[in-house]
Write a protein that binds this ligand. Structure first.
Ligand SMILES: Cc1ncc(COP(=O)(O)O)c(C=O)c1O
Length: 361
């Protein structure tokens, strides 16, 4: 049985039809920038996440950059980020002229709790990344950040719909940034992202920055850019939001199947907390010393897997920096993401499990 890591063509017909109808409806209305779909999307998210302001933008990378710029972070400033994350988290810091300061993660890829040791007088902000969908301990992080007068920007690109003590990922810090890249658990049919904030002034600045620095047309008060969300993507996301709850239920059920069947293999580390509320089951990442062998073995059986991510950022040319990143590096060498998405069948999970059992037998 062939199982792709993720194949978006597999969306069910009912969903495809709802998306087609939305496109037809928007084509008839003729409004392709701003408009009611964008407003509806922002208010759906505000209601679901209980954030005061939800500002849709072009993608998750832009959301992070807009957050940094809105907070006035730039040349001469340092921003603390984890060594293991998608490149965007570091890229945006460099793009605004500031310096990324890398810190190690814990064994599961979340910014290590001793990150305060990275603080220098130049530090202005910290960006915790809720990697794979699991929330960083935000109460503790925000407390420490406040003590040192640092801004907190949450990289919630992978954690839409994760909640810690009832509070949503992205609503703990000064600004929370989301990505609706097609492979995410809430994904558009193209690019889209969002900033969340509870601060009126930040909301206003982000809105202006993503729309050429103008609050009203032709009055440019800031140097901004165009990072508006594509209205058609907002329309599609409104359709996806109607299904989000049931998709999450399926993800958790499939994750439970993996856990039940794989927990007896002691040479495998499993994401044991993936069923909890503070994990949205976006990615199911196992860890083993035989990662590359296992990946190859599964591929030979037609099973796709992915590595998030094979290299840590401070080892890469544009971000090269020294430090102790043992946990992050370990994860880059041991982590393997198994297929997990709402379009999978139970038999596929069973087949993957069987192959992994065969590999370790
Ligand atoms: C941790 C992390 N940060 C930032 C991003 C950037 O989001 P986007 O691809 O929408 O620009 C992503 C998603 O790709 C991500 O996984």
């Amino acid at each position: 049985m062939k199982v792709p890591f993720l194949d978006l063509k597999r969306m069910d017909e009912e969903l495809k039809n709802a998306l087609k109808s939305k496109f037809a409806e928007m084509l008839d209305k003729g409004n392709f920038s701003g408009g009611e779909e964008v407003q509806a999307f922002e208010s759906q998210i505000t209601n679901y996440l209980n954030s005061t302001f939800s500002i849709a933008c072009a993608n998750g990378t832009d959301a992070l950059e807009l957050a940094l710029r809105a907070l006035g972070i730039g040349k001469g400033d340092e921003v603390i980020i984890p060594a293991m994350t998608w490149v965007s988290t570091a890229e945006v810091v460099v793009m605004v002229g500031a310096k990324p300061v890398f810190w190690d993660t814990d064994e599961n890829g979340l910014l290590a709790s001793d990150w305060e040791k990275a603080i220098t007088p130049k530090a202005k902000a910290v960006i915790p990344v809720h990697l794979y969908g699991k929330l960083v301990d935000m109460e503790s992080l925000v407390r420490k950040a406040k003590l040192h007068k640092l801004f907190v920007i949450e990289d919630g690109a992978q954690s839409f719909g994760s909640f810690q003590n009832g509070k949503a990922a992205g609503t703990f810090g000064d600004v929370g940034c989301l990505s609706f890249y097609p492979t995410k658990n809430l994904g558009a049919l193209g690019e889209a992202g969002m900033c969340l904030t509870n601060d009126q002034e930040l909301n206003d600045r982000i809105k202006m920055l993503l729309n050429h620095g103008q609050e009203i047309r032709d009055k440019h008060d800031l140097v901004g850019r165009n990072s508006r969300i594509d209205s058609i993507q907002a329309g599609f996301l409104n359709v996806f939001m109607q299904r989000f709850g049931s998709f999450q239920t399926t993800r958790k059920r499939l994750a439970q199947m993996y856990l039940d069947e794989l927990s007896s293999i002691d040479r495998l580390s499993l994401p044991l907390d993936i069923l909890q509320q503070d994990h949205n089951a976006h990615l199911f990442v196992i860890q083993t010393d035989r990662r590359d062998e296992l990946k190859k073995f599964l591929l030979e059986r037609g099973i796709g897997t992915a590595i998030h991510y094979p290299h840590i950022l401070p080892d890469m040319e544009p971000f090269r920096s020294k430090g102790e990143f043992d946990n992050a590096r370990n994860l880059s060498e041991r982590g393997l993401s198994l297929p997990l998405n709402p379009w999978m069948k139970d038999e596929e999970i069973e087949s993957i499990v069987k192959s992994i059992q065969d590999f370790f037998a």
